[in-house]
Design a protein around this ligand. Structure first.
Ligand SMILES: Cc1cc2nc3c(=O)[nH]c(=O)nc-3n(C[C@H](O)[C@H](O)[C@H](O)COP(=O)(O)OP(=O)(O)OC[C@H]3O[C@@H](n4cnc5c(N)ncnc54)[C@H](O)[C@@H]3O)c2cc1C
Length: 375
């Protein structure tokens, strides 16, 4: 364990108790560090609660290589990661390998083939008959689909509860309902957090504030290009459990949960920090659902919500130390893929901070002076 002076002060303070902040804390506490996480609300009630939990980028070949590298590394450990949390906490994140059926991938085939060469994974090219066998209730609009049988999902609210419980057991200090108003620096080094719960001395600080990371970093004069991108979701319940696979088409998806719930997502809206749900959002998601699964007209909406994704350039998160400000690091900007890329992102930042040899090249995620337009 690392100690500073006579008082035990946390080695690392993390702003943000979402999946990214908590996964980062897990990596560091597992390595023996002392951690405090601070959130202005309850943990994991923002994007990490709102998300769908598909453990793959949607149409992965449309994302740049660094995003796929994070996703690929995470996918190899996710099942064990969830099992370990379940064993330690009794909370099951419901890691479930349903497979991902991509119905409108036919015109993407060359890009898909290139992606498969870089990131080998089991896949099948399906004809109309195969599609019907895998999804008997589907309305067919094409005779071709791609099926990625290894793709799994988690139930992210449960994953978050398990993470929080694990961190509490490991002695991580949890500060909820404590908003960070300002990061104070002295001689180009971080010094204190000015919060609604008083001032907190910090030695090493990690900003994992999701869509709010830019606002937080602005208080030290940095302008990092992370913006909120609203996504609405609708939940149905089908006791007959007629959707079998994670299903993707028209840039929308259906996720069948183990208990018969079906999650339909999601909208993509640039509405600043407004996360209200709308009639148009509901219409868009319902019409996708009944277009592909006509039986869903029978089902009523269980819940409708929205969350704010931390949008970044090409969806590539910022992971690393902030140049020019000693003690300050960032793990933010995971856009649509924070659940699938979380474990690898956390490991990469821990490798950098603990001076271990990173398993992934850090450069694509590094912050450069020119990106950090002074606010
Ligand atoms: C509709 C939707 C569907 C999605 N589907 C998927 C999917 O299927 N698969 C996938 O991989 N990803 C998905 N995502 C993306 C994923 O949810 C996010 O990338 C991920 O949750 C980001 O986690 P985070 O911890 O960075 O942010 P958040 O979960 O938003 O956490 C940030 C935390 O910082 C706190 N905070 C902010 N400002 C302050 C402050 N000043 N002081 C203290 N605390 C502060 C907030 O309260 C919050 O708890 C989806 C997102 C949405 C919205």
């Amino acid at each position: 364990m690392f100690f500073y002076g006579l008082n035990v002060v946390s080695d690392f303070h993390i702003i943000g108790g979402g999946i990214i902040g908590m996964m980062t804390a897990k990596e560091l506490v597992d390595a023996g560090a002392q951690i405090t996480i601070i959130d202005r609300g309850a943990f994991a009630k923002e994007s990490s609660w709102a998300g769908g939990g598909i453990l793959s980028p949607l149409y992965p070949w449309r994302y740049p290589k660094p995003v796929n590298e994070l996703a690929y590394q995470s996918q190899t450990i996710y099942s064990e990661y969830c099992m370990n949390l379940f064993e330690n906490t009794g909370i099951d994140p419901e890691w479930t390998k349903n497979g991902l059926l991509i119905h409108d991938a036919a015109y993407d085939l060359p890009a898909c083939q290139q992606w498969l060469e870089l990131f080998p994974t089991d896949y099948e090219l399906l004809t109309g008959e195969d599609i019907r066998q895998k999804e008997p209730e589907i309305a067919l609009f094409s005779q071709q689909a791609i099926y990625l049988s290894e793709i799994a999902q988690v139930r992210n609210p449960r994953l978050s509860q398990a993470l929080k419980s694990y961190l509490v057991q490991k002695g991580v200090e949890i500060k909820e309902y404590c908003e960070v108003k300002k990061i104070a620096c002295s001689h180009s080094r971080i010094d204190q957090l000015i919060t609604t719960g008083g001032n907190i001395e910090v030695k090493q600080l990690i900003v994992a504030g999701g869509a709010w990371s830019a606002q937080i970093l602005k208080t030290v004069g940095l302008a990092i290009p992370i913006r909120p991108v609203k996504g609405q979701m609708v939940l149905f319940f089908d006791k007959k459990q007629r959707v079998r696979n994670i299903f993707l088409a028209d840039s929308h998806y259906a996720i069948p949960r183990r208990d018969g719930h079906i999650l339909i997502g999601s909208t993509m809206e640039e509405t600043q920090f407004d996360k209200s749900t709308t009639v148009n959002g509901l219409k868009e998601l319902k019409s996708f659902a009944v277009k592909w699964f006509p039986f869903m007209t029978e089902l009523s909406v269980v819940q409708h919500w929205a969350g704010l994704r931390p949008g970044s350039t090409e969806g590539i998160p910022y992971i690393g130390q902030v140049p020019g400000i000693a003690g300050l690091s960032v793990n933010a900007g995971h856009f649509r893929n924070g659940v699938v890329t979380g474990p690898a992102s956390a490991r990469l930042l821990a490798d950098i901070l603990l001076k271990r040899v990173p398993q992934l090249a850090a450069e694509p995620f590094s912050l450069h002076e020119e990106q950090l337009i002074s606010a």
